[in-house]
Write a protein that binds this ligand. Structure first.
Ligand SMILES: [Zn+2]
Length: 118
């Protein structure tokens, strides 16, 4: 059983494989409370994985919240990213400036006849 780094609750196995004689070896977990996920990685990736990194998987962004070496295995924990990370203001994010608003042409078709005097 794996503990969620965020809420401390027990995480459920989300994926298991049978490999090298090991049956139902758990390789991924998730927490029902806050949707934190955990998965196995190769330990050599440890130095290349940084807490706080956001990556996109299948169109969903997630942030690495914790990593730990357990025995010969590296476990990384992610939480889903639904909005901008705390501390950043979404308004400051690059927002395309609105192109000049289109205005309907006006003032046309108003041909004044010059009044003739005399
Ligand atoms: Zn949790």
């Amino acid at each position: 059983m794996r503990a969620c780094p965020k809420c401390g609750g027990a995480m459920e196995a989300a994926k298991s494989i049978t490999i090298g004689g090991l049956e139902n070896k758990e390789i991924a977990w998730h927490c029902r409370r806050d949707q934190v996920t955990a998965e196995l990685r190769h330990p050599v990736q440890y130095v290349h994985i940084h807490v706080g990194e956001v990556e996109e998987v299948d169109g969903h962004r997630r942030r690495l919240v914790h990593k730990e070496i357990r025995g010969a295995e590296l476990v990384v924990y992610h939480e889903p990213v639904t909005d901008a990370p705390p501390g950043t203001r979404p308004r400051e994010a690059a927002r395309p400036a609105r192109a000049s608003t289109r205005r309907p042409p006006r003032g046309t078709g108003r041909n004044r006849r010059r009044a003739r005097r005399g």
